[in-house]
Design a binder for this molecule. Structure first.
Ligand code: EAT
Length: 443
């Protein structure tokens, strides 16, 4: 343990109302929308199969050429209320929007750069429209902000000279000014999702990352920041040099999930995974035939998997340059929404149950209750679900449950074709399952 100036500010999970709400939300919609949605991965007739929001670098497009896309941004099919209604139907409790991605284009009329929505043919404040429409549907809104900024002349990947450090100090002031502007002008924002913070220039300025965290929480009490913002005194990111999580939740799971049998350490802190529908496309890409496109049921399993390990799941949508939502994404919203409508009670305000993972699926537990939720994705051919209960657990539920040894049970599922994941609710006696009151048999 060493004294850190810019390390973790507290240990353990936050339990204030704002963080409890963030945690109970569990399922959110990520939206990646910017100038990259206009070319959609295609440039001069050539399709690039790398992530569409990286087209500027994949196609080696000069900044001046890329930036002139601003004069084409006119999403005539954009309807914030429609997007919000679709997200509501999907069962999303929060939405995280890219206010500014690596390209540096800002979806709000920021005072600190001309490279923003007010200089497009569309003119209007898209961020304001989205915040109002989603909040009207009862959906919390969070802001994604990329510190990495390909447009800004003072951005640096590393600090190699006095000139670099003078320029980068200007850049850090610009970014802090923008963040203060976002926290001030959009007072219902709940959390900040920082990205583009892996370069040496940021790692060498851990002080700034703490200053931003403190400023946001001053301007917007209760505000939540992800661990990806943070670097400590030694450039250590996410987890400080004393092994403590920085920020309010861990945000390292991008397009991957923790192993539900092995990575149980994640249940000790708040965390969020973010996920693309294709293999690796966050911004709109014209051609989704270039990789596997995850089905609604694949994505639904990820939602349940994440809740079962005490995390939030952020599912990405990449609207087209004209403001339309592609049919695959509309279908995902409808199918996941149908299941969430009937079974959301095993996701919202639910957490890691602490029961031993079984192959048939996942356990979740409603906060502070004695009901145990089983969400079955893999029905065994025997129809028998193996359950290993914590020592001394006593069940109130008798129906379908067969005790075969101490704390070992089989739940009998009717043998039939199941088209969607099945939910089984087991009631346990309130004071049971706490520690092993019984001596383990010595044989
Ligand atoms: C949440 C995701 N993070 C961005 C990103 N930038 C990267 C640069 C290098 C390696 C991985 C990256 N992911 C992606 O563009 C998306 O916004």
């Amino acid at each position: 343990q060493q004294k850190l100036q810019y390390g973790a500010q507290y240990t353990g999970k936050r339990t204030d109302a704002a963080m409890n709400k963030w945690r109970s939300n569990r399922f959110g919609q990520f939206i990646h929308w910017g100038l990259y949605a206009i070319p959609g991965g295609v440039w001069n007739g050539k399709t690039y199969n790398y992530a569409a929001e990286f087209l500027k670098s994949s196609a080696k497009i000069p900044t001046s050429t890329w930036d002139s896309l601003m004069y084409q941004f006119n999403p005539v099919k954009f309807n914030a209320k429609e997007w919000a209604k679709m997200a509501k139907k999907m069962g999303a409790k929060y939405m995280t929007i890219t206010t500014k991605h690596h390209e540096g284009f800002c979806l709000w009329p920021t005072k600190f750069t001309e490279f923003n929505i007010s200089h497009t043919p569309y003119k209007k404040d898209i961020l304001k429209e989205l915040v109002e429409a989603y909040n009207a549907e009862g959906i919390d809104v969070n802001f994604y902000y990329s510190v990495l900024d390909w447009h800004h002349p003072d951005w640096r990947y590393d600090i190699k000279s006095a000139e670099d450090s003078i320029a980068f100090r200007r850049f850090l002031k610009f970014a802090a000014d923008q963040l203060r502007e976002l926290a001030t002008n959009y007072p219902t924002v709940k959390a900040f999702w920082f990205d583009g913070t892996w370069d040496n220039s940021i790692k060498k300025n851990g002080w700034w990352t703490l200053e931003v965290e403190k400023m946001l929480k001053e301007v917007r009490p209760g505000a939540i920041v992800n661990s990806r913002l943070r670097a400590d005194d030694f450039g250590k990111r996410h987890i400080d040099s004393n092994g403590e999580l920085m920020g309010d939740y861990e945000s390292g799971y991008e397009r991957r999930l923790p192993n539900p049998y092995k990575d149980l350490q994640v249940t000790k802190w708040d965390w969020e995974a973010c996920m693309t529908v294709p293999e690796n496309q966050w911004g709109y890409h014209k051609d989704w035939s270039l990789s596997h496109v995850k089905s609604p049921l694949e994505l639904l399993e990820m939602v349940v998997h994440t809740t079962s390990m005490g995390g939030n799941f952020l599912l990405n949508f990449g609207p087209a340059g004209d403001g339309s939502i592609r049919k695959e994404e509309q279908n995902i919203a409808a199918e996941i929404g149908a299941w969430m409508q009937a079974n959301g009670h095993v996701i919202y305000n639910c957490d890691y149950a602490g029961w031993e993972k079984q192959d048939w699926g996942y356990y979740t537990k409603q906060k502070g209750s004695n009901t145990l939720n089983l969400v079955v994705f893999n029905v065994p051919v025997s129809g028998l679900l193996k359950i290993k209960a914590p020592a001394g657990t006593r069940f109130k539920t008798k129906q379908g449950l067969e005790e075969i040894a101490k704390d070992q049970y089989l739940f009998h599922m009717p043998i039939q074709l199941y088209k969607v994941p099945q939910v089984i609710i087991l009631e346990t006696e309130s004071n049971s399952g706490s520690g092993d009151k019984y001596q383990e048999a010595k044989t």
